[in-house]
Design a protein around this ligand. Structure first.
Ligand code: UDP
Ligand code: MG
Length: 319
């Protein structure tokens, strides 16, 4: 199988027949042996009926239906697990991405050896507010991740099949697949300017909360990639610094008291100084950070890396 096209669909009944027909035309025209995997993400319209009809008419179409709306990331992950193609392309169901891009994307992955080719909607047909926030968002994502992409969130992306079958996408992490992939060791990430069109049928499935959630997920990812394997490095450092600061403060107060007493001077009570309480608080917080670090390490030990994420190839060996 040359290609798996993975399409998450949430209430996209009107778009799907057109999309499936178009993908079929393009792939047949370019002699690409493909499968189309559509995930019905708990739609409340008749998306599933439409998929049933489409699958009955074309053996290359496969479909999965979720029990409820789990989100685009879960839909993609399920599609990835079901995929068999040497190349995997993800695409939105709403006809904003053009299937005409498929042959070139497949060529770039197969012949130019890219692990990921991300679409770049250089000219966008989206509302003003979304275009602006998206620019800001992409700028931050570039700074955070060091990956030079213009359009992290583009639904149209092509992957070497091995990439998507060795990462795990969940939550709202579909926006950060390039970062997850790079973390898993796939560093050859490219970009292709793609055509973009206004949504033809239906409405967008996201509200303004996508921006907040997007940023939180970005923090999670940069935390996990930097400290996920050794949380103690973060918590231990912070805990040690705080505890030491508090300890030095407390020691200073204690020694000062002793010096006063030694010289038979009337010393103020240690508890009269605000620094005493600050020292106390800082030491307690420091200890708890330390404990958090230990707990995180314990949790880590119980969930070791699954081998499929680590291993690239094997010779004469079983793992
Ligand atoms: N989608 C999904 N589950 C969701 C939300 C969206 O599968 O909970 C799909 C949706 O059907 C579409 C793609 O994700 O195929 C992108 O969604 P949308 O076009 O609404 O996002 P936008 O283009 O506004 O970023
Ligand atoms: Mg869309």
């Amino acid at each position: 199988m040359d290609l798996s096209v993975v399409v998450p669909a949430y209430n996209e009944a009107e778009s799907l027949p057109e999309l499936a027909g178009w993908i079929d035309r393009v792939c047949s025209g370019a002699a690409i042996d493909y499968e189309l995997i559509i995930i019905d993400d708990g739609s409340s319209d008749n998306t599933w009926d439409v998929l049933r009809q489409l699958a009955a008419g074309n053996g290359r179409i496969r479909a999965v239906r979720f029990r409820r709306n789990y989100g685009k990331a879960a839909a993609l992950q399920t599609g990835f697990e079901a995929s068999a193609g040497a190349v995997v392309i993800t695409m939105d169901a709403d006809l904003q991405d053009s299937p005409d891009e498929i042959p070139e994307l497949v060529r770039m992955v197969r012949e130019e050896g890219y692990h990921i080719v991300s679409g770049w909607k250089k000219k966008r047909y989206d509302p003003f507010i979304k275009r602006t926030t998206s620019k800001l968002y992409n700028y931050t994502a570039r700074k955070f991740s060091g990956i030079k992409l213009h359009d992290f969130n583009c639904g149209l992306k092509a992957y070497d099949g091995e990439v998507v079958r060795s990462i795990e996408v969940y939550g709202e992490m579909h926006r950060y697949i390039p970062m997850l992939a790079r973390e898993a060791g796939f560093r050859n990430i490219g970009e292709k300017v793609v055509q973009h069109r206004a949504r033809k049928y239906g409405v967008t499935k996201y509200g303004l909360d996508r921006f907040l959630k997007g940023y939180l997920d970005m923090l999670t990812i940069s935390f996990i990639t930097r400290f996920g394997k050794s949380p103690m490095h973060l918590f231990g450092t912070m805990g040690t610094l705080m505890f030491l600061t508090g300890f030095v403060l407390a020691a200073y107060l204690g020694i000062r008291k002793l010096v006063f007493v030694y010289h038979n001077l009337r010393a103020p009570l240690v508890t009269d100084s605000p620094w005493f309480y600050i020292a106390l608080a800082v030491m307690i917080i420091g200890s708890f950070l330390f404990l958090t670090g230990f707990l995180a390490e314990l949790v880590n030990r119980r969930s070791p890396d699954r081998n499929r994420y680590l291993i690239r190839e094997k010779l004469n060996t079983r793992v």
